[in-house]
Design a protein around this ligand. Structure first.
Ligand SMILES: Cc1cc2nc3c(=O)[nH]c(=O)nc-3n(C[C@H](O)[C@H](O)[C@H](O)COP(=O)(O)O)c2cc1C
Length: 363
C-alpha cells in the first residue's frame, strides 16, 4: 500500500515536471510564406520585412503586391488597431513605417533597387522594386533576423561615444545617458505614465488580449506577446504559463507587477534614445522608418533596445517631456538601451502567415 502511494506521488511529480518542461520550451512559430501568385523570392523578402517591430506585436499592416509592376502598397489594417492604448493610431502608423522600411531593406538585401513614396495623408506607403543583381547581402539579412526587443535588465556599462556619434546620421534621434537630467526627466514621466496605465482598466484589458498564455496559443495566433518575448525561458516561463491566465492578467496584481518591472527597466539601462517628429500620420510613418534604421544600427553594435512607450502614449506627458527635453518636435518613440551581462539576446520571431495579410494582383 505504502509502495503504491510512493509510486503514485512519484508519477504525479514526474508528470508535473514533464508538463513544466514542455511549456518551458522555446516556442517555434512556423510562418507559412506561401501566397498564391507570389514567387518564392518575393515571399521570402516579404517574410524578412515582417520581422519589423510593432506595438503589442499586432502586425497591423496590409500589403497589396503587384508583381508585374514590381510594386507593393502597404496600408493599415484597422481591425488590428489598439484603441485603448493608441486611440489616435500614432503607434499604428509608426509600426507601418517600420514594416515598410524593413521590406525596403529586405528587397535591397536581395539585390533590388527599391524606392518608396509615403502618401501625403500617411495612409499608404508604395514601394517600387526592380532586380539589379543576384548577390544576397547575408550580413543585412542576419541583422534583420537578430533584431528583437529585449526586456531584460541591462548593465550599468556606458553607451560608447562612437555609437552615440553614429546616431547623428539618423535624423531626429537623441541619446540621453544614465543620470543626466534628461534621463531623469524621461524616467519620471515614464513611471508616472506607467502608474496611470496601471489604473486604466481598458488598457489592461487590451494588453491582456494581446498577451499569449501558452506555446499553443502563440503557434496558432502567430501574433501578440509570448513569454519568450518577455524574456522568460525554462522554469520561469513554464510557471508563468501555468499560473497566469487572460483573466488574471487583467487584475491588480498583474498590473502592479508590470509597474514594478517598468521601475526596474528604467533603472537598469545605459540611457534612453528618443525619436522626435511632427504630429501628422505621414511623420509618424517616417518616424517608424527611422526606428527600423536605428534598431539595426543598435544590433550591429550589440546594443540591446526596448521601446518604453508609456510616456508617449499619454498626450499630456508627451508634451511635458518635449518641454523638459527642449525638443523642437514632440517625442514619438522612447527606447531604453544598454548591454546585457550574458549573451546578446535572441530573436524568437512570432509572425503571421503571409497569406493572412498579403493580396496579389496580376495584370
Ligand atoms: C510603436 C511601438 C511601440 C512599442 N512599445 C513598446 C513598449 O512600450 N514596451 C515594450 O516592451 N515593447 C514595445 N514595443 C516593442 C513590441 O512589443 C515588439 O516590437 C513586438 O512585440 C515584436 O517583438 P520584436 O521587436 O522582438 O520582434 C513597441 C514597438 C513599437 C513599434
Amino acid at each position: 500500500m505504502k509502495k503504491m502511494l510512493i509510486w503514485f506521488i512519484g508519477s504525479l511529480i514526474l508528470m508535473f515536471v514533464l508538463l513544466l518542461g514542455i511549456s518551458g520550451r522555446t516556442v517555434e512559430v512556423d510562418t507559412n510564406i506561401m501566397v498564391e501568385g507570389l514567387d518564392n523570392e518575393t515571399a521570402q523578402i516579404l517574410y524578412y520585412g515582417s520581422l519589423a517591430p510593432s506595438s503589442h506585436n499586432a502586425q497591423m499592416w496590409k500589403t497589396d503586391v503587384y508583381p508585374d509592376e514590381g510594386k507593393i502598397v502597404i496600408s493599415l489594417d484597422e481591425s488590428r488597431a489598439l484603441p485603448a492604448v493608441d486611440p489616435l493610431k500614432r503607434e499604428m502608423y509608426i509600426s507601418m513605417g517600420a514594416y515598410a522600411r524593413s521590406c525596403i531593406l529586405a528587397f535591397e538585401a536581395y539585390g533590388y533597387n527599391a524606392s518608396h513614396h509615403v502618401s501625403d495623408n500617411g495612409q499608404t506607403v508604395t514601394i517600387n522594386y526592380k532586380k539589379n543583381g543576384n548577390a544576397v547581402d547575408e550580413g543585412l539579412i542576419a541583422l534583420m533576423k537578430r533584431r528583437h526587443t529585449d526586456k531584460r535588465d541591462y548593465t550599468d556599462s556606458p553607451i560608447p561615444e562612437l555609437f552615440q556619434e553614429g546616431l547623428h546620421g539618423i535624423h531626429g534621434t537623441t541619446f540621453y545617458s544614465k543620470h543626466s537630467d534628461e534621463y531623469e526627466a524621461i524616467k519620471k514621466e515614464t513611471l508616472a505614465a506607467a502608474a496611470d496605465q496601471q489604473n486604466n482598466q481598458s488598457i489592461r484589458d487590451e494588453l491582456a488580449d494581446w498577451l499569449r498564455f501558452s506555446n499553443g496559443e502563440v503557434t496558432s495566433k502567430k501574433d501578440g506577446i509570448s513569454a519568450d518575448q518577455m524574456g522568460m525561458s525554462g522554469f520561469k516561463k513554464a510557471l508563468y504559463y501555468l499560473f497566469v491566465s487572460r483573466e488574471s492578467a487583467k487584475g491588480d496584481k498583474f498590473a502592479q507587477q508590470g509597474y514594478d518591472m517598468a521601475v526596474s527597466q528604467t533603472e537598469n539601462c545605459g540611457g534612453f534614445i528618443v525619436i522626435a517628429d511632427n504630429d501628422t500620420p505621414r511623420d509618424y510613418v517616417n518616424a517608424g522608418m527611422r526606428l527600423m534604421e536605428l534598431w539595426l544600427y543598435a544590433v550591429r553594435n550589440n546594443v540591446e533596445m526596448q521601446p518604453m512607450s508609456y510616456a508617449v502614449e499619454n498626450p499630456e506627458r508627451r508634451i511635458a517631456l518635449q518641454k523638459s527635453l527642449k525638443l523642437i518636435t514632440p517625442p514619438q518613440m522612447i527606447l531604453r538601451v544598454g548591454f546585457v551581462d550574458s549573451v546578446y539576446g535572441e530573436n524568437i520571431p512570432v509572425r503571421r502567415d503571409l497569406k493572412d495579410y498579403i493580396t496579389v494582383t496580376r495584370k
